[in-house]
Ligand binder design. Structure first.
Ligand code: SF4
Ligand code: SF4
Ligand code: SF4
Length: 254
């Protein structure tokens, strides 16, 4: 029986719902025991676990310290969801007029530092595996848990949402209707959900940065502008989920 923890940084808990769905599967329940989760288990203090799913991005100094401490007590960390992998929706503060500051901690004992730019987990600690999505896909979590228990890992597939459109035979909303769609630069995994309803992808699985470079991103932005998407909307769309990755690709120019 493997010991499992679910740890929350700054996040909306949407990924935890998907984790719960996976953990209710009979074969997974037989092989894993949840030893820590502030939302699902009546546990008071984290001690150790074989495996930790970490949801959310790091937005305070206290969280950064807690994550470093966690790293010392778990064998394997899974960055769970777009927040954990790329910063997530709270990245909007980095392109808005949010003023970073300090605040009281939960216990009111010690002041905390609040970051302007949320940090993906891998900016703070070594991450062993990542599950993209906002929220993560429960089926992907189940596959991961089943393979991990057997000593393996799912094969990483670096596709964009467009690949899923093609596999499903969906009409391309960008080509057919001129609808702005972030599918070409967004991680696959959702089954092209939005295009299947005739909508453009808004990038919730995060930037498919493998094989991308700043020039390609800027060319794609130009195409979106031609389609009528205002520049500010484009920046909010991409940076809203993947600020840290976009910043790496474009430097300070986005
Ligand atoms: S990735 Fe999305 S669903 Fe998961 S915690 Fe972040 S905002 Fe919520
Ligand atoms: S609809 Fe969007 S995701 Fe689908 S093929 Fe067209 S551009 Fe790609
Ligand atoms: S199509 Fe894009 S916005 Fe819609 S669920 Fe998939 S990744 Fe998220």
């Amino acid at each position: 029986m493997l010991k499992l923890a679910i740890v929350k940084m700054t996040s909306c808990s949407g990924c935890i719902n998907e984790l719960l769905s996976a953990l209710l599967e009979d074969d997974i329940r037989a092989n894993y025991t949840l030893v820590y989760s502030t939302e699902l288990v009546d546990s008071t203090e984290f001690r150790e676990a074989d495996l930790a799913f970490v949801e959310g991005s790091v937005t305070t100094r206290h969280q950064e310290e807690a994550l470093k401490d966690l790293r010392k007590h778990v064998g394997f960390i899974v960055a769970t969801g777009t927040c954990a992998l790329m910063g997530g929706v709270q990245s909007l503060r980095a392109i808005g007029d949010f003023k970073p500051g300090s605040g009281d901690s939960h216990l009111g004992q010690e002041s905390n530092e609040i970051y302007r730019e949320p940090k993906p987990l891998d900016q703070v600690v070594k991450v062993d595996y990542g599950l993209p999505g906002c929220p993560v896909n429960a089926d992907a979590v189940k596959t991961f848990l089943r393979k991990y228990y057997l000593g393996g890992l799912p094969v990483a597939i670096y596709d964009a949402v467009c690949s899923e459109c093609k596999r499903r035979g969906l009409p391309c909303v960008l080509v057919a209707k001129g609808t702005p769609c972030l599918g070409p630069v967004t991680m696959s995994g959702c089954g092209a959900l939005c295009p299947s309803f005739g909508r453009g992808c808004y990038g919730c699985y995060g930037l498919q940065f493998h094989g991308l470079n700043g020039g390609k991103v800027l060319s794609f932005a130009e195409r979106l502008r031609e389609l009528g998407l205002p520049d500010l909307d484009y920046r909010a769309l991409v940076s809203a989920y993947s600020y840290a990755k976009i910043r790496d690709l474009l430097g300070g120019s986005h």
